[in-house]
Ligand binder design. Structure first.
Ligand SMILES: [Zn+2]
Length: 72
């Protein structure tokens, strides 16, 4: 199922599965790797944010329990 697309550089019709244009060498599928890289870059940041949020909540709970225990 290879669709024909137009090369943005030379205008020649090439397969959409082609990594680069066989006529002029223009890289066709380079934009497909950019979104994946952006998502991979965001995931660790999002994960760290969630972990920090959980640690802050746990810290507040532990501090509250410790205060209550000391006051008794
Ligand atoms: Zn081309």
């Amino acid at each position: 199922m290879a669709n024909l697309i137009k090369c943005p550089t030379c205008g020649k019709q090439i397969s959409s599965n082609a990594i680069s244009c066989p006529n002029c060498g223009e890289v066709i599928n380079s934009k497909m790797s950019k979104p994946a890289g952006a998502i991979n870059m965001k995931d660790p940041v999002h994960f760290v944010g969630v972990v920090i949020s959980i640690l802050v909540i746990l810290g507040v709970i532990v501090a509250c329990v410790g205060t209550c225990t000391n006051s008794l």
